[in-house]
Design a protein around this ligand. Structure first.
Ligand code: EPZ
Length: 443
């Protein structure tokens, strides 16, 4: 089955949509349930592909996952966890990167894990060396096998003093999910502290974990023998909220994003205001709108939290293509996150990407042949075209560019967007977009 979205551009998006639990927390909280000796309940769960993938991976391992038909809440019962065949795991993992986070919980639950070679958005090499080094420091044995890696820990996992070379979100989650039931104390230096990380720590603390978030990106975990279940409402998806905010700017619209939380979007809100976007921050969400007139260009550098989140960059670049002047974006988290600009240039955007670090934030990619800085000149009128979605955030950026373009665009590969944006075609329709979705059997 393949879907094609026909977009007739030039219609401002206006109305109210809601965002639910964060794509970058919910699957991790589901994996955390494996650590418990009793069932857990996860609330505010979005209907996205990444949740489906983790649901089937957990069910493969004997975890029962029951979804409430009305609320979407998940009840996860890990009491009959078991091993699964590597071929089945591989068949269900899809493009998700979550399987690597099953290592610690599966070792604690059943003594071993097999992790297939991973997918994920094509925004860089996406290595897992930090994860494997962390597991080895906990005493795990990591063996490369055909199609993936096998991890075991004959003596169980032992607490360790771990220092990350970069505040990696995934590697920090790997430590948290392994250390909470490891023998002894773990000290993590150089940790990521994104809101989704803090929410995962809240989940683990509800289960009985002892985790201290200290200053200077240091997290200290005291291993405990066993953990119970949790009842947790996932924090809202700040990346989806920021994507719709950028859509409001690009289409000169007015969108109320119910569920958007100022607390998690402080840097985005400052940037949105500097470009000239209008907003009303309410208790139940945030109204983002284009106030009319011109948008202002700016210099932007992505960074780890509390800096400007790399996932916010791609939709915002489309807004910068409509700003009155020259903007610069220096992407310091991923080495190859401007691939999506090729389609924007075909639509009429004026964007050049460069190898140089065009900013002052220390960056691992300078002079290594990675085109990780972009110069955007606007305003550039956009024209509809044929688009094939490259990745999750790049795909959403193409979508909002098509919505702002004059003429019609034909967008293929939109299933990638379903990985992280719940019911996005329904939301587009609710906001007045002039779109048609056609699904062919693909034969
Ligand atoms: C998480 O990816 C998010 N994904 C990403 O969101 C997000 O962009 C990223 O964190 C940064 O905030 C999920 O949570 C599912 P990292 P993750 O480990 O954990 C390098 C989206 O659009 N690195 O913080 O994979 C890596 O290559 C997605 O929602 C290693 O070198 O990100 C990158 O340059 C995209 N070795 C940097 O660290 C490793 O073993 C940051 O990656 C791991 C990472």
């Amino acid at each position: 089955m393949s879907s094609v979205l026909t977009v007739r551009g030039g219609v401002p998006l206006a109305g109210r949509i809601s965002v639910r639990g964060a794509k970058n927390l919910v699957p991790k909280a589901m994996v955390a349930a494996l650590l418990g000796n009793s069932p857990s309940v996860l609330r505010n769960v979005p209907e996205i592909k990444d949740v489906e993938v983790v649901t089937s991976l957990l069910q493969l391992h004997g975890v029962s996952v029951v979804k409430d038909a009305d609320t979407g809440d998940l009840t996860l019962d890990p009491q009959h966890a078991t091993t699964a065949s590597s071929s089945e795991i591989d068949a269900h993992a899809g493009d998700s990167r979550i399987p690597i986070l099953l290592c610690g919980p599966l070792i604690h639950a059943i003594g071993e894990a097999f992790i297939p070679d991973l997918g994920g958005c094509k925004i860089g090499d996406r290595p897992i060396d930090f994860h494997l080094n962390v597991l080895r420091q906990f005493g795990a044995v990591v063996e490369k096998r055909p199609g993936g890696i096998h991890i075991s820990a004959p003596r169980g996992l032992q607490g360790a003093k771990i220092s990350l070379p970069y505040p990696s979100v995934g590697a920090t989650e790997q430590v948290l999910l392994s250390a909470t039931r490891a023998e002894g104390i773990t000290e993590l230096i150089g940790a990521a502290v994104e809101p989704e990380i803090i929410d995962l720590i809240a989940v683990l603390q509800k289960m009985g974990a002892i985790i201290n978030v200290q200053s200077e990106r240091t997290i200290r975990i005291e291993g405990v023998k066993s953990l119970g279940g949790y009842v947790h409402r996932a924090l809202p998806d700040r990346n989806e909220a920021a994507s719709w905010a950028s859509a409001a700017l690009v289409t000169r619209g007015d969108i109320f994003v119910q569920g958007a939380a100022q607390r998690d979007m402080m840097t985005f809100i400052n940037t949105f205001r500097k470009i000239g976007g209008g907003m009303d921050i309410e208790e139940d969400g945030i109204r983002f709108y284009h106030p009319g007139g011109k948008l202002s260009p700016l210099v932007l550098e992505t960074d780890v939290h509390p800096g400007f989140m790399t996932d916010w960059q791609q939709p915002l670049v489309v807004a910068l293509s409509q700003a009155d002047g020259v903007s610069i974006v220096h992407e310091t988290v991923y080495e190859n996150r401007f691939g999506f600009t090729e389609a924007l240039s075909r639509m009429g955007a004026n964007i050049q990407v460069h190898r140089e670090c065009l900013g002052s934030t220390p960056c691992r990619f300078g002079q290594r042949n990675f085109r990780h800085s972009a110069v955007i000149s606007g305003p550039a009128p956009l024209r509809g075209t044929e688009i094939d979605v490259p990745d999750l955030r790049g795909g959403f950026s193409h979508l909002i560019a098509a919505l702002a373009a004059t003429g019609t665009s034909r967008v293929t590969g939109i299933d990638v967007i379903n990985r992280g944006y719940e019911r996005f075609t329904d939301k587009l329709a609710a906001l007045g977009a002039d779109v048609d979705l056609s699904t062919s059997s693909g034969v």
